[in-house]
Write a protein that binds this ligand. Structure first.
Ligand SMILES: NC(=O)c1ccc[n+]([C@@H]2O[C@H](COP(=O)([O-])OP(=O)(O)OC[C@H]3O[C@@H](n4cnc5c(N)ncnc54)[C@H](O)[C@@H]3O)[C@@H](O)[C@H]2O)c1
Length: 416
């Protein structure tokens, strides 16, 4: 049987990361790419790593006609337009077996609902890429604690955080294009992770019912004059006019539909974590047992003294979003595997080959978008959002946060 032929739409940061992940995946090749910028460079990377010929295509239609599945790795603001082109290509005869979309599925609930609806019109299986649920550490604690959970009961409190010093591209910082600040960008990971950690063993990912969300957002670093100026110079985004949040935290409360038990997931995200680089922290507390994960507890560290710093290699090859190139540094030798990218590709391809949705489908992505938007609503309206209320659900469908509307000044502090 030949390799499964993947096609990427977008050739930026995540496309490069996923290309590296393919080095650890059997039976799958990167067959093609379509992107506004960077397609040639991605193709060269793919060939250099030996993961596929990665032909550059001039349109989404051409790409879809030459691969087995496509992955949307383009910015959030381009989702709908790209999804529609994929659907048009399928309706015109392209024989793909599935569609992958990176997080977040939508910038608003309405947008995510449209994505789901267009995907449904193709009748194709989908994969929502939320890598953290595929992390070997998160799966590892599940299997290690399965028998303990059976005797003692499920985890009742999960905490999940993802933090770094801020995104690499300007569009992430622009709330009107990205959909918000760090909550839209990374809160989706941490909320999903909490939900999964709390889910009783063997139950579907949406088994626990989300019943309420309470959250706060803040602009703790990038609203200050010095950092605003730096951001404007670096990205062209003016946080004095259209700020996004660089900090978000909150609690999602879930209920077990069978036992009625209430469990809680606490998420924290920031773009002001000025330590070595990206840090993921997760823990889960059950009665009499617990797990804890910290992605910066690597077994490999290197030390680079001042006298050697001039000869330093690219710090980001050691750790995503690294902020330092000297001193005692953390090295994660296989980040695509650590963060779950390898396993999410394997899952999507295996599922598509069987004609099925991946472990996480677009409908699941829509549920995560709802929880993120409920968190914005809670922070904005300073109240707990009751998700069991039908009117609130309806309100969420048309909700666009003030921050995403470019009116962040109404809810975030800007020091003049
Ligand atoms: N799972 C994760 O941890 C993770 C990490 C980073 C990014 N992401 C997600 O991946 C997506 C892409 O992020 P990124 O960091 O790679 O962005 P990026 O800006 O680095 O790259 C975006 C790529 O998409 C291309 N592009 C832009 N508009 C396009 C269009 N209309 N059609 C085709 N190509 C287009 C650009 O030319 C570029 O090649 C985002 O949705 C982001 O949220 C996920």
């Amino acid at each position: 049987m030949g390799n499964f032929r993947l096609g990427f739409i977008g050739a930026g940061f995540i496309a490069r990361f996923q290309t590296k992940a393919l080095q650890s995946v059997r039976g799958v090749e990167l067959a093609g790419v379509y992107a506004l910028k960077g397609a040639g460079e991605l193709s060269s990377l793919s060939k250099r790593l030996g993961v596929g010929e990665c032909k550059v295509y001039k349109s989404i239609k051409d790409l879809c006609e030459n691969v087995d599945a496509v992955a949307i790795f383009a910015p959030n603001f381009a989702r709908l337009e790209i999804m529609q082109k994929i659907a048009d290509a399928v309706k015109a005869g392209a024989k793909i077996k599935g569609i992958i979309c990176e997080k977040p599925l939508g910038r608003t609930v309405k947008e995510a609902m449209e994505l789901v609806s267009i995907a449904k019109s193709t009748k194709l299986p989908t994969a929502y890429f939320e890598n953290q649920l595929h992390m070997k550490a998160i799966r590892g604690q599940k299997s290690q604690l399965a028998s303990v959970e059976e005797v003692m009961g499920p985890i009742a409190l999960a905490r999940s955080s993802e933090e770094h010093s801020g995104p690499h591209e300007g569009w992430f910082w622009d709330p009107t294009r990205q959909g918000g600040g760090v909550l839209c960008d990374m809160g989706c990971h941490s909320i999903a992770c909490c939900w999964y950690v709390l889910t009783p063993q063997g139950k579907p990912v949406n088994y626990l019912k989300p019943i309420s969300v309470s959250a706060e957002v803040g602009l703790l670093k990038w609203g200050l004059p010095r950092w605003r100026k730096e951001l404007l110079k670096r990205t062209g985004v003016d946080y004095g006019k259209t700020p996004g949040e660089d900090f978000a935290t909150g609690i999602v409360t879930f209920q077990n539909p069978k036992t009625g038990q209430i469990v809680k997931g606490q998420f924290t995200n920031s773009w002001m974590y000025d330590k070595q680089g990206l840090r993921l922290m997760m823990d889960g507390l059950g009665p009499g047992y617990a797990f804890e994960f910290n992605s910066q507890m690597s077994s490999l560290q290197v030390f680079i003294g001042d006298s050697a710093a001039e000869a330093v290699a690219d710090a980001e090859s050691a750790l995503e979003k690294s902020t330092a190139s000297r001193g005692l540094l953390i090295v994660e030798p296989n980040e695509p595997d650590l963060y779950g990218y390898v396993d999410e590709i394997c899952d999507a391809v295996n599922s598509f080959q069987k004609g099925k949705d991946a472990f996480l489908n677009f409908e699941y992505g829509l549920e995560i978008t709802k929880l993120c938007q409920a968190a914005y609503m809670s922070a904005e309206q300073k109240r707990v959002i009751d998700l069991t209320d039908k009117n609130t659900q309806k309100e969420l469908e048309n909700y666009v946060s003030l921050i995403a509307q470019g009116k962040g000044r109404e809810v975030l502090q800007i020091i003049e």
